[in-house]
Each structure stands twice: as C-alpha cells, then as structure tokens.
Design a protein around this ligand. Structure first.
Ligand code: SF4
Ligand code: SF4
Length: 547
C-alpha cells in the first residue's frame, strides 16, 4: 500500500505497510481500485452529459465512492467490495447511457481507454491484484513526482468536496452542474499526458467546485433546520441515560432526536456535531442536552468513559476499543469491521444499547460554551464590525480553524488563540476549535471575542462574511485586517484550502505540517502566488501579522 492523503501520514511521507489511521493494506488497495472504477464511470458520464444525458444514481454514486475513501470513513474490506460491485454496475449503466445518447444524436462514440475498460475481478484476491497495478505509486512512476502530486491534490480535493455534496444530497439538495464538474475533473485525471499549469488550474477548479458544493450544503442545512443562531451549549454531563452522536450528518442527528423524544434518553453531540446546537429545529429538542468530549482523535480516551451508546455518522472513526465496541454504531458511509451498522430509518439498536447502559448517575457542574455564528448571524454583524474597525476599536480578526489531529505540535493553535490581543476577534470552525473553545476569551465592546462559525463546510459562511466585510470597508479581502491560521488533517481541508486559493485569498498560514503530496516545487508556486506560509511559532506568527 501507499497512502499519503492525510496529515498524520507515516514519517510525513506516506503509509506503506499499515495506515497510521488503522487502514490495512487490503482496505487501502480496495479504496485505490474504487477510485479507479469511479474514474471509469466519470469517463462515460462526462461524455454522456455533453450529449444531454445524465443519471441520478451515477451522480450520487460518484460522490459516495469518493467520500468512502476519505481518511477515517470506511475501514471495512467487505463493504468496499460491495461498493466495487456497484461501481461495475454503474459504469455499465453510464456506458449504456453514453452509447444511447451517441445513437440518438448520430455521434460516433469515442473509444475510451484506462478505467473505462475496467471489469471487476470475481473475487477479493483478483480485486487486490487489480488494485495493486494502479494507485499513487503507479502515478508517480508514470508521470513523475510533480505532476503526480498535482493529480493527487486534485483527487484529494474532489474527495473532500464529494463528502459535502453527499451531505447536501442526503438533505435533498443536488445540482447537476456540480456533478458535471466532478465527472469532468475525474475524467481529466484519466488522461495519459498532463501539463503542470493545466493541473494547477484544475486544482483551483476543484476549489471553485467546492465553493459551489458548500453553498449548496449551506442551503440544505439551513432550509432543513433553520439558520443557526448563537446558542449556549452545556459541556458537562446531565444525569440520565445517554447517546453520543459524532460526525457531520445533521439528518442522522435529527432522526435520532425524533426517535428518542419520549425515551428519557439525553442526546449529546461529539466532535463536529457540536454546531448542530445552533440550528433552531434541532435545538428545539429539549433532550439535546449538550456536547461531550472533544475532537475525533480523543475518542479512544473519551468513549470508554461515556456511559451510553455512541453513533458515528460520518468520519472520523478510530479503531473502537473493546470497552465500547458493543455500544458504538456506524451509519451512512462509515464502516468498521465488526461494528454494528444502522440506518436513520431505525435507530432502535442504538436506543436499546443506551438503555442497557447506566447513563450519567451524577450531574456535572454546569459549564457552557457558545456556538451558532452561521452565515446569517455573521452577515448581521457586518455593520457593527465595520464600525469597530473604522473607529480602531477592533484591531484584527483571526480565523483560527480547520481539522484537529493526533500529532504533536497542534498546541500551536491553543497558544496562538491565547496570545491574540484583547482588541482582536477570533472566528473558528471545524474540529480544530476544540484546541481552545472551552477557554474564556471575554468580550470586545458588547460582542463575544470568540465566534464559532460551525463545521468545516461552514467555511462557506466565513467566506460570505469576508466578502461582505471587504465590500463594507471598500477594500479587497486581502487588504482586510484579517488573517487565516488554518490546521489541516484530511481531504475536506484540502477542498477548503483550494476554495480559498481559488478566491485569491493570500497570506494563509497552514500547519501543523505541510501536505506530503505537495512537492517543494508546488509549495514554492503557492508561496510566490499566494504568499502561502507554513506556521512557525505562535509568538513569531502573531508578531509578523500585527506589526
Ligand atoms: S489516510 Fe492517512 S494515516 Fe491513513 S493510510 Fe492514508 S496517509 Fe496513512
Ligand atoms: S473537520 Fe476534518 S478532522 Fe475534524 S471531524 Fe471533520 S472531517 Fe474529521
């Protein structure tokens, strides 16, 4: 196996024998093959669409397949084998749609090569043999490091955007123009020759696609559950039976809240589910009592202490420990061998597991944090912030956010937030916020100094705020008194980063380390064009920004 798609990759270069995340070589190889099969689907779907033919199942499967290969989502070879069977069926369907469209339009069909011609081997050994012939190492041998790295930058960004597109589709929001871009860019990756500048342009095109996808997801979330409003969230236990819901899928949380409303069970959010408390239609459930624990990488320490059932709705799952393996469940695209998988239609196994556990027997000391600074709330504050900046009562805004992770060095973000002077505002989003979201930051004038914008996809809200603020101040976004201090871990962060670069946002500081899939040459291009900077120390970076 070879995988270098996330920040914790072994030795900062690549996992070769076993993933640091727990992914084994079989899973890694099947994931590589699933990407290859999906590229084959895209070859037909892209051409069929140009002739006016599309298919919803093909579109949906494309984003589900990409999402399934994101870090910490699917560790189950059996489930992946099932996805490969579906991939073969849907490739055949996409091919037929293309050939039918050609016939209808009187067009000579193209003879396609590469993944379009893949047919699945009949058994797992055969699939593994196929998977070993493709993948990252093969790309590097065929195209050289720089081009292969750029191809991976595009692919990893597409994976991240696919996760957001899948969440939007789950809530009934789809847009064929976005699916068209997924297929076009996946088809592009099947070429046999590449130009570096074109690869860079297409990496930025992934950023543009992701902007559209996060806008769609914002519409999906807010039309289903209302616009988030600032909301106090309890972060200590409430006595009683308990279920902890992690991941990003608001629809799963909503279904669980509905199915538990008369069961005398308290529901806690965990990790990236925290922003759910700000949505009016979710916070209306009184048994959504609070938030438990912190970011994903602490689950093996925190879940053994949770006296109830646990539901993982999306990434990021880690190897479940024996102490809670019988009371943790997966849903959606998440899978771990031996862990019970449930669907939102029937969460009764989760409910029964919670009722069989003691729950919290004592009440914790009350402690609250505030979430809910979503798009509408941010935009409603633009005039006030503009006035504070113009009257020099607000010196600078820091967006400190992104993914949290397990590797050392991430206390940079805690220290940075603590060093931010009192006359500055901190915006945060994604699970990196857990590095400092329970600290006290006080207020600036009448506003809290820490604004929790939401999940990583709510980078869309932050972007809308930046655009509105720059308009109000009559400057371009790069001239605002605003700095982005980002942490990355997995491929959604890659998609968000590409969106910011597509928008021309400069001076981004990224850590805790740079992606292993960016060659020094590509990093130099990003430095030259975007003044993109790796983090150094909190004090040095803060001084460089504010001086
Ligand atoms: S996802 Fe990350 S940790 Fe897992 S195998 Fe890939 S690079 Fe390694
Ligand atoms: S922001 Fe990234 S690392 Fe954090 S929980 Fe979401 S997907 Fe995982």
């Amino acid at each position: 196996m070879f995988c270098y798609q996330c920040e914790q990759t072994k030795g900062g270069t690549g996992c070769t024998t076993q993933g640091v995340c727990g992914k084994d070589p079989t899973t890694a190889t099947l994931q590589d093959l699933l990407i290859y099969a999906t590229e084959g689907i895209a070859q037909y779907a892209h051409r069929a669409r140009k002739l006016g033919a599309t298919d919803r199942d093909v579109n949906l499967f494309t984003v589900e397949a990409l999402f399934s290969t994101i870090t910490n989502v699917n560790f189950d070879p059996e489930r992946l084998q099932g996805l490969l069977c579906r991939a073969a069926d849907l490739k055949a369907r996409a091919q037929k749609i293309y050939l039918d469209a050609c016939r209808k339009q009187g067009v000579q069909p193209e003879t396609l090569s590469g993944p379009a011609n893949w047919t699945p081997a009949p058994d797992i050994d055969g699939l593994l043999a196929q998977g070993k012939k493709i993948g990252i190492i093969h790309r590097h041998e065929q195209f050289g490091d720089e081009k292969a790295d750029l191809m991976d930058l595009i692919l990893f960004g597409l994976k991240g955007a696919a996760a957001y597109a899948d969440h939007a589709a789950i809530l009934g929001k789809e847009d064929d123009r976005l699916y068209a871009r997924f297929h076009e860019l996946l088809d592009y990756l099947t070429r046999d020759r590449f130009d570096t500048q074109e690869l860079l342009n297409n990496a930025l095109a992934v950023g543009e696609l992701n902007l559209g996808v996060t806008e769609l997801l914002d519409r999906a979330n807010t039309s289903a559950y209302g616009d988030p409003v600032p909301t106090r969230v309890r972060v200590t236990p409430v006595r009683g039976k308990a279920i902890c819901v992690s991941g990003h899928d608001l629809r799963d949380l909503a279904a669980l809240l509905e199915q538990t409303k008369d069961k005398n069970i308290n529901i806690y959010t965990h990790g990236e589910m925290l922003p759910a408390h700000g949505y009016p239609k979710l916070k209306a459930y009184k048994h959504l009592v609070g938030n438990y624990g912190s970011a994903w990488q602490n689950q093996q320490k925190e879940f053994p202490l949770f006296p109830g059932a646990i539901l993982m709705t999306t990434n990021c799952i880690q190897r479940p420990q024996e102490s809670y393996k019988d009371r943790i469940f997966t849903s959606g695209l998440v899978a771990w061998p031996g862990v019970r998988h449930v669907t939102r239609d029937d969460f009764s196994p989760v409910i029964e597991a919670a009722l069989a556990q003691p729950g919290f027997v004592t009440e914790g000391v009350e402690h609250y944090i505030t979430v809910g600074f979503g798009r509408n709330t941010l935009l409603s504050k633009v005039d006030e912030i503009t006035e504070l900046i113009q009257s020099q009562r607000l010196r600078h805004i820091f967006l400190i956010g992104g993914c949290d992770g397990a590797k050392p060095g991430r206390n940079y973000y805690t220290q940075f937030a603590q060093l931010v002077p009192d006359d500055c505002l901190i915006l945060t989003l994604a699970c990196g916020k857990y590095r400092f979201n329970k600290l006290e930051f006080g207020t600036i004038e009448n506003l809290p100094r820490l604004w929790d914008v939401g999940q990583c996809n709510d980078s869309y809200s932050a972007i809308q705020f930046i655009v509105a603020l720059s308009k109000a101040l009559g400057v371009n976004p790069n001239e605002l008194p605003l700095s982005l201090i980002l942490s990355w871990y997995e491929q959604k962060a890659v998609a968000v980063l590409l969106t910011l670069l597509y928008l021309g946002i400069k001076n981004i500081r990224l850590g805790p380390s740079l992606p292993a899939f960016l060659t020094p040459g590509i990093v130099q291009i990003l430095v030259d064009k975007f003044n993109f900077t790796p983090i150094s120390t909190p004090a040095e970076d803060l001084k460089a920004i504010l001086d």
